[in-house]
Design a binder for this molecule. Sequence first.
Ligand SMILES: [Zn+2]
Length: 154
Amino acid sequence: MEAVRILECPQKPCDFQDSQEGSCPDHGIDLQETRPKARPRYAVSFPWSQIVDVRDGLEIGKATPAFRDRVDVKMYEFLSRRHARIFWGPDNKLYIEDLGSTNGTLVDGKRLEPGEPECIGPERNLSLSRSVPIELLELNEYGEPIPSGKGHLP
Ligand SMILES: [Zn+2]
């Protein structure tokens, strides 16, 4: 069941709100247009046979919450403690950003500058350093990976 959302007129200052549909009588803005678009669901597949749901964003590294308790991650010497993060941009697209890692984050073979995020999708080749390839997987409504056509699911 979906919670009722109160939609607000984005024009400020304006306190017009509506729970359903309709336009702001003062500004003529269709409030349905301001509703956030549904995001696709993604997970990231790691070479140590771990798949992590991206949900609202994911920080990747030996010391980050999703990985710090895993013994098998510790042997990846080219992975930094805080290596990269994946996050949703304001355009509802997914981005990856290097967090100043020692060996870099690569998208399609090109090393990212720290602090300069790159828009990503399942068709891009992602790698943490040159030796730790990761794969972005789009998930279907059951949370199962949709084949990207690139192959190699763990
Ligand atoms: Zn308004």
